[in-house]
Design a protein. Structure first.
Length: 123
């Protein structure tokens, strides 16, 4: 990432009058992805993965494109360290390093809401 610090460091060190009471999206305009984009990237990275697009979105007119113009204007030198590809590669490497399995992925241990629901039912 060079000499540009992490976003939280930029905000922690910024003059209060520059950032006070602002909501700022952290990201890059060229890195807005649809679910299909992410699924296709995963399929390329893990050829054995089975990606299923269910089409269950229905008539949802919302657009989830996020704008990062405010970030760019506040901190023009800021650049993301990762893009979709490098982020997925690191995530896959960590899954493998920690022997993360399908059982882990589908289980309750890493999904807080499932763990909470299980505890409520157990009462």
């Amino acid at each position: 990432m060079g000499s540009v610090p992490w976003a939280f460091v930029l905000f922690a060190e910024a003059p209060r009058e520059k950032i006070h009471n602002l909501s700022v999206n952290i990201g890059a305009n060229e890195q807005n992805y649809q679910v299909r984009d992410v699924g296709d990237a995963v399929a390329k990275l893990v050829p054995t993965a089975k990606i299923v697009y269910t089409g269950e979105t229905g008539p949802d007119p919302r657009n989830y494109r996020v704008k990062f113009d405010k970030l760019c204007s506040l901190f023009p030198a800021f650049r993301l360290k990762y893009n979709l590809q490098t982020g997925l590669e690191e995530l896959l490497a960590k899954y493998r390093e920690h022997h993360f399995s399908l059982k882990d992925f589908e289980g309750d241990q890493f999904v807080r809401l499932r763990a909470i629901k299980k505890k409520i039912v157990a009462r």
